[in-house]
Design a protein around this ligand. Structure first.
Ligand SMILES: Cc1cc2nc3c(=O)[nH]c(=O)nc-3n(C[C@H](O)[C@H](O)[C@H](O)COP(=O)(O)OP(=O)(O)OC[C@H]3O[C@@H](n4cnc5c(N)ncnc54)[C@H](O)[C@@H]3O)c2cc1C
Length: 392
């Protein structure tokens, strides 16, 4: 067995166990109290799952993106917030692994530290004033002093697990005079930051992600800036990997809603053997909808992994950007649809919050999907690309 295959098997086994034994029994409380899923994240740390994507020459497991996506699915199926925290962390790690550059020892050292300490990394891309437009920043890196020390201040509307993260990957303009789209990504440790909380986090769903706003101020050394323009990081890694891992979490949510609908229909069939069961037909229709989601998510993962392993430059091509934007739009619309139709199958026992067939949490969690970079914004980007792309 190769290092990657062994790491993948171990990661998936750990994720399944943690999902079933730790995330699932705490999911309702995490949702009700909008609290961080601390016990599931601690268990993932114990399994060294936070460094799954770190290459083995830096001490990590060197697991594949396929296995990490599988873990997001398993966790999302039992507790969407746990799945989403895990997914968001892995996205930041993937960006550092792919774009640390040859001449950036700071990031190699940081990744070794992440392996040893199982550090949790949050993301600050959204900004008050630019909203979900990841490709533009208002905040900027200050002009470095003679020792290479710099700073930034960013108004962040939503920082998932901000109060619990050990470090933050933040997008900012390259310098005070840079254009809004001339961005870099900076990794700063919590102790280098001042995080001034802006309000509370009492949302409809994804409550356990604990994502209030902050004014984030940081002082850091310039070697903590990833040595590649953010536009490249975004095209090759952050955007496609975000869309892939998020959609695996959403597939997990939808799959559990389907499983609950199926359990409801099976229980009804047991109660009235031989009688016609209209809900069974609706369940079959629901399975078709779930299959569409599963197919789209699985195919996109394989396509990305092939491109990443082969001709990575093609990830920045318009056709590829459109492809992974479409994954996000399709999955974020299909997952709530599956949850809503599962509610239709289960009826009132699905609507109540305290039955084995409840799907209210699933529906609320899945509704966040279209907001995690607004679908309308992605459609606007796609509409422009469709006018000029040679092939799609
Ligand atoms: C659960 C959750 C966790 C999150 N965690 C983080 C995090 O950790 N870090 C982070 O940086 N961000 C995070 N975000 C994302 C962040 O909250 C939003 O992307 C950001 O705040 C933008 O807010 P907005 O919804 O107002 O969207 P905006 O993009 O500002 O859009 C506002 C409105 O305008 C519409 N709109 C925008 N552009 C267009 C267009 N071109 N055409 C038509 N309509 C348009 C949108 O549909 C929306 O209705 C998270 C989001 C969610 C839901």
């Amino acid at each position: 067995m190769t290092v990657t295959a062994a790491a993948d098997t171990a990661l998936l086994a750990a994720a399944r166990r943690i999902a079933d034994e730790i995330a699932a029994p705490n999911a309702e409380e995490v949702d009700r109290e909008a609290r961080f899923p601390a016990e599931a994240i601690a268990a993932l740390r114990e399994e060294a799952a936070l460094s799954a994507l770190v290459p083995d020459d830096l001490g990590g497991a060197g697991a594949s993106l396929e296995a990490v996506a599988g873990a997001c699915f398993e966790l999302g199926r039992r507790c969407a917030a746990t799945g989403m925290v895990f997914a968001m962390h892995q996205i930041q790690v993937a960006c550092m692994v792919d774009h640390r550059g040859d001449g950036a020892p700071w990031f190699d050292d940081y990744l070794r530290e992440l392996v040893a300490e199982q550090l949790l990394i949050a993301s600050i891309t959204s900004e008050v004033g630019t909203g979900g437009d990841m490709g533009k920043s208002i905040a900027a890196v200050s002009t470095p002093d003679a020792d290479g020390a710099a700073s930034f201040e960013k108004q962040a509307p939503t920082v998932s697990y901000g109060p619990h993260a050990d470090a933050f990957l933040t997008t900012v303009r390259r310098g005070p005079d840079a254009e809004p789209g001339d961005q870099v990504a900076v990794l700063t440790r919590r102790e280098q930051m001042e995080m001034e909380s802006q309000g509370t986090w009492d949302p409809l769903g994804m409550r356990g992600t604990c994502s209030p706003g902050f004014v984030a101020k940081a002082e850091f050394a310039t070697e903590q800036v990833l040595p590649v323009p953010f536009a490249t990081i975004s095209a090759e890694t952050m955007t496609p990997v975000s869309h892939i891992l998020w959609s695996h979490v959403w597939l997990g949510i939808a799959t559990d809603a389907f499983d609950r609908a199926r359990a409801f229909v099976k229980a009804a069939a047991k109660r009235k053997p031989g009688e016609p069961l209209p809900a069974a037909t609706r369940l079959s229709e629901l399975m078709s909808e779930l299959s569409l989601l599963r197919a789209e998510v699985g195919l996109a993962l394989r396509e990305y992994c092939d491109l990443h392993a082969g001709d990575r430059a093609r990830l920045a091509e318009m056709a590829t950007i459109l492809r992974f934007n479409n994954l996000k739009i399709a999955a974020s619309e299909q997952a709530p649809k599956v949850c809503q139709e599962a509610l239709g199958v289960c009826g009132i026992v699905g609507y109540k919050n305290d039955t084995p067939f409840s799907v209210g949490r699933h529906l609320r969690d899945a509704m966040s999907a279209r907001l995690m970079v607004a679908n309308e914004r992605i459609h606007a980007t796609d509409a422009s690309l469709l006018l000029i792309a040679k092939e799609v």
